[in-house]
Design a protein around this ligand. Sequence first.
Ligand SMILES: Nc1ncnc2c1ncn2[C@@H]1O[C@H](COP(=O)(O)OP(=O)(O)O)[C@@H](O)[C@H]1O
Ligand SMILES: [Mg+2]
Length: 320
Amino acid sequence: MTLLADLRDLRVALATPAGPAQVLDGVSLEIPRGRIVGLVGESGSGKSTLALALLGLLPASLSRLDGSIRLDGEELVGASPERLQALRGTRMAMIFQDPMTALNPLFTVATQLADVLKRREPGLSGAERRARLLGMLDKVGIADPERRLHAYPHELSGGMRQRVMIAMALLCRPDLLIADEPTTALDVTIEAQIAGLIRDLRRDFAGSILFISHSLGLVAELTDEVAVLYAGTLVESGPTAEVFARPRHPYTSALLACEADLDRDVREALSIPGEVPSPLERGTGCVFASRCIRAEHRCREETPLPRPVEAGRIAACHFA
Ligand SMILES: Nc1ncnc2c1ncn2[C@@H]1O[C@H](COP(=O)(O)OP(=O)(O)O)[C@@H](O)[C@H]1O
Ligand SMILES: [Mg+2]
């Protein structure tokens, strides 16, 4: 299987008032062509930073970027801002948690969607473009698309804005679509609808998807492969069904135990005891050692590197 994106030993340090924060600490991740890869981990583990690194949108506080990000063989670490901008909205597109990050409040839905389409398919006539936009709004489940086309973002509900942003991403027909917690800001009913929409997409979207989510249920349902991040470190990866059925890293087990069979309210109240270590102080040993029920002396002394534990599966644990 060929790789669309190949991240190798990615390291991202950001400057903060308290000093440099090592937000990603040597992450390697492969995104095969045409596959959906899930990215999970508690809040603060570096999921969004990884997505922004792929897009070339790391914050201005970036103090160091090392490692390699290849998209279709092309190295993006060190690529010019112009090149990265040319890739965004054509080869790569992102669905953000907050649609207002992607939508401009000053322009109608029609103007913003038409801009995307003009860039991707400059040869279309005005009438063809309009037909494509209406078709896409219909596809993402927007009722009365004629009227919605002329609305401004603030005139739409949160769920509707999320649909418009998904429509915008799909009009790009990107090779890589990144969805960063696309359902987290929505209420439960809308969350289920948007999840259904992403499920439908699986059928007619030919590109690869990096699906970042808090919801292990959604990741289990929607993704082929999964990567588990903890404190800027990749602790486990492999085919989703196998990883969730037989996790090889204690952190993955703990995450799954928190989610298992619980409804949303209970789940949010429950979490793994202890805290994610601060990116300001990364010591030696396993990043998860302070919270791990299996940790031994060795775990605090010696950093476990990600290693193959069986075909297609990687875990960074001395006991995996
Ligand atoms: N612009 C920034 N400046 C400084 N630290 C940041 C910035 N963005 C994120 N961080 C820190 O980086 C870590 C990872 O953040 P993030 O990538 O947003 O994680 P996630 O998406 O998994 O919740 C957190 O500790 C967060 O506080
Ligand atoms: Mg995030």
